[in-house]
Design a protein around this ligand. Structure first.
Ligand code: MG
Length: 435
């Protein structure tokens, strides 16, 4: 039987529930529902006007309902009288196909029918900046190579430890926090989990980091490239396929190349085969393309990929194999939609398995220093428009994610691209005024 949220409210002294959903652009939206009304909302959902969010709907559409998943419940550690719930969107008694969490659940079901279970771990990098967003918040954070800078990390101890304590209380199993490669940038790692659970945590993590930073008079951003001269915000996905019970990692094979099974390499083959089409989902904003294919940063490396390649324990490739039994997909950035990103990984991976796709030989080269050695490697799209066109054409993504998801996503993202094109930049003026 499903958990009784009204009962839980009494036990845990919850006064309010946030019944939330993530739209196609990754925006987390919610209604704040008093505990007295949760019983009805658990069954019927909280009502929304779909057009008011980034979903492919008009003002004429009927009410849309987010029906909360009781298993996603998280009590806000910094405000425990409020609890968060991830919701699945419904309209006219049916699920909204072109909505991210529903799309991921569909992929999870498809994989389950084949006896597969995707587990993911995410590394959500972020910057702590000033509240007006113009600069990093710590004037002392100026090292050329600031990665793991102990003093800069400790100057943000109050924020970082509160976030980490929160993850401990939520039972996420956090195990390390560090200053990342850009000035003002941090990363916190927590245990991997089933991909739907990780996607819920990913959505909640971004909300939590921003909320706790605000509480301390600061601001957190997951923007892919907030400062052109600094390393951008990646969001690496660690992926592995397990058996139905979730106890046996099917990527593991001690006799396989780097300890990985044939199934693992077929999955990887699917990721590489579809990488260019996946890009608009993994790198969903105009700004995303300033992180990938980027010039050297102040620290000396971008840590982001510039082509569709994989290597062993080598961070210059799009996919790294850090240990037997998992792949680190390094293409995603801080703007990736937690649900669409995971759904797209599963779609491409299942395509690789179904078609026994061969990822080719791994490249044991420094892709930043000697990219010319990766002969024939496919390039990543240079901007959002090119990426969207590749997604739109992809038969694999259409068959896997469904036409509803792809068509709605492309339609809204194309509008965003057009909006961007209606803005005159200083660069254009500098280079064209005297033409
Ligand atoms: Mg990192």
């Amino acid at each position: 039987m499903a958990k009784d949220l009204a009962q839980i409210a009494k036990q845990k002294k919850i006064k309010y529930f946030l019944i939330s959903f993530v739209d196609l652009f990754g925006v987390l939206r919610a209604k704040l529902v008093p505990a007295r009304a949760i019983q009805g909302m658990q069954k019927d959902g909280a009502g929304f006007a779909g057009f008011a969010a980034w979903l492919d709907m008009t003002p004429a559409h009927p009410d849309m309902f987010a029906i909360p998943d009781p298993d996603s419940l998280m009590q806000l550690p910094w405000k425990p009288e409020v609890a968060w719930l991830a919701g699945d969107l419904h309209m006219d008694g049916r699920v909204v196909e072109a909505s991210p969490r529903v799309a991921l659940k569909r992929q999870v079901d498809k994989a389950a029918k084949k006896g597969y279970r995707l587990k993911t771990g995410v590394e959500c990098e972020y910057f702590i900046i000033n509240t007006d967003g113009t600069d990093i918040s710590d004037p002392g954070d100026i090292q050329q190579k600031p990665c793991y800078d102990q003093s800069a990390l400790m100057r943000r101890y109050d924020v970082i430890s509160e976030i980490c304590d929160s993850m401990i209380s939520l039972g996420w199993g956090p195990y390390q926090n560090d200053h990342e490669d850009a000035n003002g940038q941090f990363e916190m790692n927590f245990d991997y989990d089933d991909c739907l659970r990780t996607a819920d945590k990913h959505a909640f993590f971004k909300f939590m980091v921003k909320s706790i930073a605000e509480k301390h008079g600061l601001r957190a951003t997951f923007m892919p490239k907030p400062f052109m001269h600094l390393t951008g915000n990646g969001c690496h996905f660690h992926t592995s396929i397990w058996d139905k019970s979730g106890r046996k990692n099917q990527f593991l094979d001690p006799k396989g190349e780097l300890g990985n099974s044939r199934l693992a390499y077929q999955f990887l083959g699917g990721i590489l085969h579809n990488a260019q089409a996946l890009c608009s989902i993994f790198n969903p904003t105009v700004n995303s393309y300033k992180r990938i294919n980027a010039p050297r940063t102040l620290s000396g490396a971008t840590w982001s990929p510039n082509a569709v390649t994989y290597g062993g324990n080598n961070r210059t490739h799009m996919v790294r194999i850090p240990d037997p039994g998992r792949f680190e997909l390094r293409l995603m950035d801080g703007a990736v939609n937690p649900y669409l990103g995971a759904a797209a990984v599963l779609t491409a991976g299942l395509d690789g398995i179904a078609n026994k796709r061969d990822p080719g030989k791994r490249l044991d080269i420094d892709m930043y220093a000697e990219p010319q050695k990766a002969r024939g490697a496919k390039k990543l799209p240079l901007n959002l428009l090119d990426a969207l066109r590749l997604t739109e054409k992809s038969k694999v993504l259409r068959a896997g994610l469904g036409d509803e998801v792809i068509d709605s996503y492309i339609k809204l993202k194309m509008q965003e691209w057009e909006d961007y094109c209606h803005h005159l930049t200083q660069w254009e003026r500098d280079h064209t005024l005297d033409c």
